[in-house]
Write a protein that binds this ligand. Sequence first.
Ligand code: SAM
Length: 174
Amino acid sequence: MRIGHRPERDKRITTHVGLVGRAFGASGIMIDTPDEKIEKTLHAVSRNFGGRFSVKTGVKWLPEMRKWKREGGAIAHLTMYGERLDDVMPHILERAKESKNLMVVVGAEKVPKEVYNLADFNVAVGNQPHSEVAALAMFLDRYFSGKQFTKNFKGNKTIVPCERGKKVIKAEKA
Ligand code: SAM
């Protein structure tokens, strides 16, 4: 859940939150402000490189977070004011055994205090201000213990790791 998205100012950062979420194992992104361009960009990446990644913009974050919790989901809010990532991750992983759905919230500008109160975990990736993109990447990497990078996205294009240059396999059209 991306809160506080300002379409003109944040378009690249919010797109990167979506790209990192997708590449690092999340199943979708919700963005509070309507933004068709970001929806199109993220759908195009999934069309090319595969995977199922849902993109919803114009989401009312407060009712959505309340609904998420009513349905048994857990919420982790990333904030420099939170508890240390390494201290809190064991509790998040323990909680994930009971509720498979974890919502990760990142802000843009100042995050309303309801978010701190509604979150089950307020998580700091270091207690210094930096970036939602970096915080999300670090959080998901710890959450999935690096296994997200072995996922087969089954895309129209698959990148083959190579020492130099670019190797891309294109799926044959049926
Ligand atoms: N000044 C804003 C506030 O007080 O909420 C934060 C703005 S910051 C550029 C945007 C987002 O990056 C934050 O809402 C948070 O999700 C994330 N972020 C930045 N530094 C972080 C940190 N050290 N740990 C976790 N998340 C962080």
